[in-house]
Design a protein around this ligand. Sequence first.
Ligand code: HPA
Length: 251
Amino acid sequence: MGDSIDLAVIGGTGVYAFPGLEDPLRHEIRTRWGAPSSAIATGKVLGKRVAFLARHGEGHTIAPHRINYRANLAALHELGVRRVVGVNAVGGIRDDMGPRVLAIPDQLIDYTTVRASSFCDADGEPVLHAEFGEPYSAGLRRGLLDAAHRAGVAVVDGGCYGATQGPRLETRAEIGRLRRDGCDLVGMTGMPEAVLARELDIDYACIAVVANWAAGCGPDPDAPISLDEIHAHLAAAAGQVPALVRALLAD
Ligand code: HPA
């Protein structure tokens, strides 16, 4: 399948395609772990080969806890991908992480419960304890931060992503705990994606797109979270992602 794909993007809620993909091809891949969320699109952007995968499926029909993260990462790896940017919708916890902010987190805490979270899953195969002290690749994070600067896209550098099981939103008490734990953002799809990439030796970084204040956060902490509001914020903020990714590819 070749080894020359420069970058893959896994698009989350609000990001279902890679705009401006030239010479597009669709790859229907089946892996040892099953089928990925959708066909993988490959093509060229600024002369570089890129791949795109819609994490929730092209019609957004796969809930966060039902995504086959292993098949997604294994399929990208089979295509020769060695660098992945995950775009993840999140709720904002920290005061400077309000709706429409883009952040490039540098840490995470995993609160997910029942997800297949390792490729190390059969007796008799070597056991791998992935090094994960720094869960996102420093080089790719730096690349995204520099690209944001060049593209004039405002991003927050760093932050701790709390990955929850979903698909429900959190209680205020749960968000209070996440805040005390040091989480700045909360989302449902950041794990096990990041660790599976690490197990495959794929460089991985996250663009977190803040869709709403997490439960009990922000200027009106008693307000319920409205799905309409989430979608409006996401549509506006995710619109900046292509410019950021193009600037990364231009480097
Ligand atoms: N919680 C968890 N995941 C999310 C949220 C949230 O408030 N908003 C968008 N994804």
